[in-house]
Design a protein around this ligand. Structure first.
Ligand code: ADP
Ligand code: ADP
Length: 226
């Protein structure tokens, strides 16, 4: 769990006239669930990718905990990301999918085993560990994707529209499950959505963006009371 500071961040993609992110300045507290909302193209994914180290910053600093991470590679940032298309490995079992990143980091087997089982228990997929992703429902697969993220015990969680491919009923259910997971782990989270309801129900704070610029930063109750 760590605080995150975006210090006057600018992003201009190579060969583009438009600035994708302009003077984005924000401190995210330890253990916050920050929601980024805004229309398509406003710069949400760009911000997440810069935070994850998957995209260079044009100007400014990103600080995680007490480290400036601008020049720290993605794999050396303790950040886990969940996308809308869960991107599970189809030929690996659920167990292997969840264990994969830990195997890469060369953790001892016993530790991997313990962590995978703990994550599976939290997500209630203990009985599914031997299955292949295609043998599971959409909601269960989304749980596996979350399992892959939490098993790393990251400092920061990034979720990029994780529910947008799910049907309405499952979306509501997964929204609640992600909320529950957050209340249990209290990991600093940045959650991107263009769904107002998700933003209002899930976030401890909401940042509304437009054209790469912050329009508003508010707590859900402040938005309700307007
Ligand atoms: P959002 O996630 O809010 O939909 P993005 O961060 O994807 O917004 O995009 C912000 C802006 O940056 C858009 O104008 C988009 O076209 C542009 N953009 C995103 N990715 C790239 C890229 N790889 N190369 C050039 N421009 C990009
Ligand atoms: P090793 O990698 O030496 O074979 P592991 O303890 O990682 O030892 O597990 C062996 C294999 O058994 C794994 O590759 C995994 O596919 C499977 N496995 C381990 N634990 C479980 C479990 N709880 N449920 C389902 N499959 C499991």
């Amino acid at each position: 769990m760590s605080k995150v500071l975006f210090q006057h961040i600018y992003k201009q993609y190579a060969g583009e006239q438009r600035v994708a992110v302009k003077d984005f300045h924000l401190e995210i507290e330890d253990g916050e669930f920050l929601v980024l909302v805004g229309p398509s193209g406003c710069g949400k994914s760009t911000l997440l990718r810069m935070l994850a180290g998957l995209e260079d910053i044009s100007e400014g600093n990103i600080i995680i905990g007490d480290r400036i991470v601008n020049y720290i590679s993605s794999k050396d940032r303790n950040i886990a990301m969940v996308f809308q298309n869960y991107a599970l490995y189809p030929h690996m079992t659920v167990y292997e999918n969840i264990a994969f990143s830990l195997r890469l980091s060369k953790l001892p087997k016993a530790e991997i085993h313990e962590r995978v089982n703990r994550a599976a228990k939290i997500l209630d997929i203990e009985s599914q560990l031997h299955k292949l992703p295609k043998q599971m429902s959409g909601g269960q697969r989304q749980r596996v994707a979350l399992g892959r993220a939490i098993v790393r015990e990251p400092e920061v969680f990034l979720l990029d529209e994780p529910l947008s491919n799910l049907d309405a009923k499952l979306r509501i259910q997964m929204r609640e499950e992600i909320g529950k997971l957050y209340r249990r782990l209290r990991t600093t989270t940045v959650y991107v959505t263009h769904d107002q309801v998700e933003a209002m129900t899930m976030g401890t704070r909401i940042v509304a963006m437009k054209d790469g610029v912050i329009q508003q930063v508010a707590k859900p109750e402040e938005i309700y009371s307007r």
